[in-house]
Design a protein around this ligand. Structure first.
Ligand SMILES: C[S@@+](CC[C@H](N)C(=O)[O-])C[C@H]1O[C@@H](n2cnc3c(N)ncnc32)[C@H](O)[C@@H]1O
Length: 270
């Protein structure tokens, strides 16, 4: 029996009880306020930064198994990966089903990580990894520290072969500019429960958010990986302009990543 089948039996069968035991109890109200769940944001953010979650996640066999197949291929910071792990393990099962999309996959490491976790939990969702797989396109030199051609050291054929060799049949690699591949991805996926936006620059972050937002499930998670990172002020500006000022959203977490929710009834605007 493959490792991920065993995980499903022991984890998903008792997810509610396990979640309470795993995540810290917080002294704030539960429920959605101003378009996000403050309680759950504290659980993940505080739990990783100051609480018990770094250790708990590191010792989680599912996290370790997903790391083993992906770690050498990702530049994602550990806290960020842990946050995505918690979202997929405990929070996606509580909202409508929808695929996971990653804007900016580079060597595919974090997409492999997320696909392994989703498959092990038998969530029945695919992970779509979008990238040129040959480096950054044009950036906005008024605000972006990154330049065209950054992140170009990728061997796409080797990556595709590796994904096949580890049996990750729920991971799809979409090669090309987001603007050229997104429509096909959307047709294949239908809706998304988690969008991981990890593309560093103003034009790419803005495009990713604007195109994916209408296709999120109710309460879906939009995670900006680099908009609070010092090297990506262009990404910060895109979130400030589009997400906060234009759409009026409040964030559910600012650490380790900036996380927003997408509610269909406009609860974000309260
Ligand atoms: C920081 S890297 C992603 C890191 C990756 N998530 C990991 O696990 O290591 C950012 C990636 O975004 C890609 N990218 C940025 N803008 C893009 C666009 N408009 N279309 C396609 N790829 C883009 C770059 O090619 C680069 O590989």
């Amino acid at each position: 029996m493959h490792a991920w089948i065993r995980v499903r039996e022991s984890v998903v069968g008792q997810a509610g009880a396990e979640m309470e035991d795993y995540l810290p109890e917080m002294r704030v109200a539960k429920g959605v306020r101003k378009g996000r769940n403050v309680y759950e944001g504290y659980q993940r953010g505080w739990g990783i930064e100051f609480g018990p979650l770094r250790e708990k996640v590191r010792n989680d066999p599912l996290y370790a198994a997903a790391m083993a197949v992906s770690q050498a291929r990702t530049i994602l910071m550990e806290d960020h990966r842990m946050n995505l792990f918690l979202l997929i393990r405990f929070f996606l099962p509580n909202i409508e089903r929808g695929d996971i999309i990653e804007f900016g996959a580079y060597r595919g490491g974090n997409a492999i990580f997320m696909a392994h976790v989703a498959k092990a939990l038998d969530l029945g969702i695919a992970v779509h990894a979008l990238d040129t797989f040959e480096g950054m396109p044009e950036t906005d030199k008024a605000v972006d520290a990154h330049s065209k051609g950054d992140f170009s050291k990728v061997d796409f054929d080797e990556l595709a072969g590796y994904v096949k060799s580890i049996g990750l049949d729920n991971l799809r690699l979409h090669r090309g500019l987001f603007a050229d591949t997104f429509e096909g991805v959307r047709r294949e996926a239908g809706t998304f429960s988690l969008a991981h936006i990890d593309c560093d620059t103003y034009p790419s972050v803005k495009f990713s958010y604007d195109t994916v937002k209408p296709h999120m499930v109710d309460g879906g998670y939009i995670v900006f990986d680099d908009a609070t990172v010092s090297s990506c002020i262009g990404a910060t500006e895109a979130v400030e302009e589009e997400v906060i000022r234009r759409d009026g959203l409040h964030s559910e977490q600012i650490f380790p990543q900036w996380v927003f929710r997408s509610f269909r009834d406009g609860r974000g605007r309260e």
